[in-house]
Design a protein around this ligand. Structure first.
Ligand code: FES
Ligand code: FES
Length: 222
């Protein structure tokens, strides 16, 4: 007897096949019909969009997006701002980091893959494209180049945006888990920077050079 064959003479394959046939026969009746009736027409679902107006890198941008679209996808797919990268799409790598806030001055870094675009109606968003240009690099971009703070470069936009916002957090006195003095002046120490940047993963492990770049900018700003 085939090892796949039971005492009834049926093989595992025939049991599965007959089971599947039974499910199709019983499920294709009223239940399937009800589900079909309850589902909205495809055309209507496709048209369910919401208006979003954001100031992105200094420019007012108006969009009409599916309410399920993330901020990252809105930036990349609707506004052609592909500097922010999709690494994990789960809030675990930081490649999609942008700065978001009600105004340009109160922005905080966020993982744009975890935030819906419609939640940012009226907000001000800064992406890597808004920090500097190839001819006029932001100090953080220039420091990354100087210190070789990257290898493949995939994480780099998120690292630079995150580092820029990190230095602002430190200047604003926002404590981290390793801050020893919650009331005094925050110092951009290596320990502080490594903790605050721990959400930005670099698979090329350029961490030592990234820290050197951020510390240099922090020293210039101190
Ligand atoms: S793509 Fe957003 S955290 Fe990884
Ligand atoms: S430079 Fe390659 S992942 Fe960071």
């Amino acid at each position: 007897m085939n090892s796949d064959q039971g005492s009834s003479g049926m093989t595992r394959r025939t049991v599965i096949a007959s089971g599947a046939a039974g499910v199709v026969a019983s499920g294709a009746g009223p239940l399937a019909g009800e589900a079909e009736a309850a589902a909205p027409p495809r055309a209507a679902a496709a048209q369910a969009t919401m208006p979003v107006r954001m100031t992105v890198n200094g420019k007012v941008r108006s969009l009409s997006v599916d309410p399920r679209v993330t901020l990252l996808d809105a930036l990349r797919e609707h506004l052609d701002l592909t500097g922010s990268k999709k690494g994990c799409d789960h809030g675990q790598c930081g490649a999609c980091t942008v700065i978001a806030g009600a105004t340009a001055n109160d922005g905080r870094r966020i993982n744009s893959c975890l935030s819906l675009a419609v939640m940012h109606d009226g907000d001000t968003i800064t992406t890597i494209e808004g920090l500097g240009t190839p001819d006029d690099l932001h100090p953080m971009q220039a420091a990354f180049v100087k210190h070789d703070g990257y290898q493949c470069g995939y994480c780099t936009p998120g690292q630079i945006v995150s580092a820029t916002a990190t230095l602002r957090e430190i200047a604003d006195g926002v404590p981290s888990h390793v801050s020893t003095d919650l009331m005094g002046r925050m110092e951009p120490s290596e320990t502080e920077l490594r903790e605050r940047m721990s959400g930005n993963i670099c698979r090329c492990a350029a961490y030592a050079n990234i820290i050197a770049a951020v510390r240099e900018v922090a020293g210039e700003q101190a």
